[in-house]
Design a protein around this ligand. Sequence first.
Ligand code: SF4
Length: 390
Amino acid sequence: MSDTFWLSCHVDYACRHSGACCRAGWPLPVDTRVVEAIDAAVTSRRVPTVDGSVVWLRETPEAPEGMAGTFRLADGACVFHVAREAAGHGAAAARHCAVHATLGHEALPSSCQHFPRVCLVDTRGVRVALSHFCPTAAAMLVDATRPVTIVRGPEAVPGVGVPEGLDARDVLPPSLSDRVLMDLDALTAWEAHIVQALAGPLAWPGAVEDVLAQVAAQAADLARWTPGGASLTETIRGFAPAPDDALDGALSRDTSARDPFEPWTPEAAWALGREACRAPWTWPDPPANLAALDARWVAPAWPYVAPVVRRYLAGKAFGAWVTWQADATQALAAWLSLALTVLRVECARACAEGPRPLDRERLVTAVRQADLLLVHYADSAAMAAGLLPR
Ligand code: SF4
């Protein structure tokens, strides 16, 4: 696919071999296409395993077509995540992938080639978001100094063509509301509008919570759009930060069901997270003393880490699968609000270790943990299905 888009803060991503994916303990799928080459290299001792065994594949008879099984794990990590000296690279203590080091990127299974990319493919091209569970991606987000924009960039995975991810090329465009579909030009404008509002060169002022509330109010306006007047794209381009009184009105609405404008409480977020979580994973409960931890360690630092939080949310708006799995307006706004709540809880959890105030290290930990829950443990379709009041 010729058009590939990235967030500007991620476009220079390259694997730094942190090994977080290799040590995560999750099943690591192996495509049939790579088995022969890896097997030959292991049996000839050109590629070492961490424990010296030539057994590296857990064959899975029920694996889907094209898949042979999963990598054998040793102490919860892939057997190929070895100390560098074991592969003849000196005495450095750091570990790396023995398959990649000896056979190259092409010899890796598709899942290893793709991580941490979370791709959305549609007729506009490929959008490459990154999972911040990867420490390298998290550091790029936290340490970015420039405003975030959507930019063209390199192929998601070199040589792969169409990357794995959510492939929406043969489905109807996303919903604007339960009666109207959104055209893709408007979707592009809406996505850029939200990224701009949160973290762009003309990012809206104010607390991030207020920005999300304004986006949610605009999403509700957009969902009421009907043909005959300004086009959807013109309507979106006409949006500006809502005046404070409009925001007050939106936030004071009184409904018994969970309102899309209403920020997610940790209880509501975790109820959905537990429901959407894929076995055998679980969402660990928020800390028991969450309110006290937040007040002591997180709230005082929150204004100072706002640029990072805004970039994190821009990353959740960019190429968001929920746009296609639920809708592009109110469900997307609810997704951003949910992500904010999860990140804040994870900030408190990270600060509880120590305990210490929210600093860069704890912020990186929180961003990584939030994406572990939202991107990897939660089933995206189940999450999307629970975003709006039923
Ligand atoms: S094959 Fe390499 S990149 Fe893939 S999980 Fe194993 S060590 Fe990591």
